[in-house]
Design a protein around this ligand. Structure first.
Ligand code: NAD
Length: 295
């Protein structure tokens, strides 16, 4: 089937390449010329396991191409909207500007029976609103999103507070190591990452912060150059007074034995910001373990 994917960022580029890899004929469309140039050459512009391979093979097979020209969507039967919906600066709602622009750009190229599928994260009701032309006016869904946001923010505050409490009430001049910078494992995406927010807050309280991550250090350094970055996990742990796990990469969740970690750090404080560690095992190895909402 012929498909178009509008927006070729983390979500769209992977989706386009994956659809081509299972045999569909796919055109990926984006307004960012640099991104399109890189993708057209088969260069994955970010880290995602397996993307490089399916991108290269999709382009070589002729099933996958990328362009900035929206008219290339014409003839596709399904159009996936995968543009960004960042948090609005003035509040809690998502900024739907790009979704509106993408749909407006796509409309002249649609044929009867085409399906437009939303993959971007949008508030409940956006599809119905778009169909009638993405006003919102959905008080309940906005209130729900605000509540979710507040819960997420409270988790970050709590993680910071757990580190402060475990270090005796002050982190001033204490060495704290943050395991993880990406907003989720297997990604170098640090946008809205709780990990970096927590690290920056502790830095603001006077802690000496070291951050490590298997994939996201370059992106993190660009946005928060005030933090210290160490690529090697063990190097990052060395001499730390406290450790906080904020992204559940296997390197931290499964492959870091508490006894081994204790041989590297100077303190024995571990804060599990993702509740992804075996609390009993860490405590048995002599660590002060604190999880989120866990005894
Ligand atoms: N990254 C993820 O893992 C992930 C997972 C689930 C859902 N999502 C959601 O998917 C959506 C996209 O996220 P992302 O991380 O890929 O964002 P991104 O910023 O990496 O990519 C968005 C892309 O859309 C392009 N774009 C903006 N306006 C456009 C337009 N009018 N026409 C064509 N292209 C346009 C941008 O140039 C950019 O390349 C968001 O709503 C996000 O919440 C992302």
């Amino acid at each position: 089937m012929r498909l178009s994917v509008i927006g070729c960022g983390y979500l769209g580029a992977v989706h386009a390449a994956a659809m081509a890899s299972i045999g569909h004929e796919v055109v990926g469309i984006d307004i960012n010329q640099r991104k399109i140039d890189a993708l057209s050459k088969g260069d994955a512009p970010f880290f995602e396991p397996g993307l490089q391979e399916i991108l290269t093979s999709g382009i070589a097979s002729g099933k996958l191409r990328f362009t900035t020209d929206m008219s290339a969507a014409k003839g596709a039967k399904v159009h996936f909207i995968a543009v960004g919906t960042p948090q609005r600066r003035d509040g809690y709602a998502a900024d739907l500007t790009s979704v509106h622009a993408a749909v407006d750009g796509l409309l002249p190229h649609l044929s009867d029976g085409d399906i437009v599928a939303g993959k971007s994260t949008v508030p409940v009701g956006t599809a119905a609103d778009l169909a009638t032309r993405e006003e919102l006016g959905r008080g309940e869904s906005v209130a729900f999103l605000r509540e979710m946001d507040e819960i997420n923010m409270r988790r970050r505050n709590r993680a910071v507070q757990l580190v402060v409490d475990a270090l005796g009430g002050s982190v001033f001049q204490k060495k704290v190591t943050v395991l993880g910078a990406a907003f989720k494992p297997h990604s170098d995406d640090i946008r809205d990452s709780p990990a970096l927010d927590v690290a920056v807050r502790l830095h603001g309280l006077g802690a000496s912060m070291t951050v490590t991550d298997p994939a996201a250090i370059e992106n993190a350094r660009r946005v928060h150059p005030q933090l210290t970055y160490v690529e090697d996990r063990d190097g990052a742990l060395r001499d730390a007074d406290a450790v906080i796990v904020v992204t559940e990469w296997d390197e931290y969740r499964r492959q870091l034995a508490p006894e081994y970690a204790a041989s590297l750090t100077s303190g024995r404080v571990i804060v599990d910001g993702r509740n992804c560690l075996d609390a009993a095992a860490w405590r048995a190895a002599g660590w002060h373990y604190a999880g989120m909402g866990r005894p």
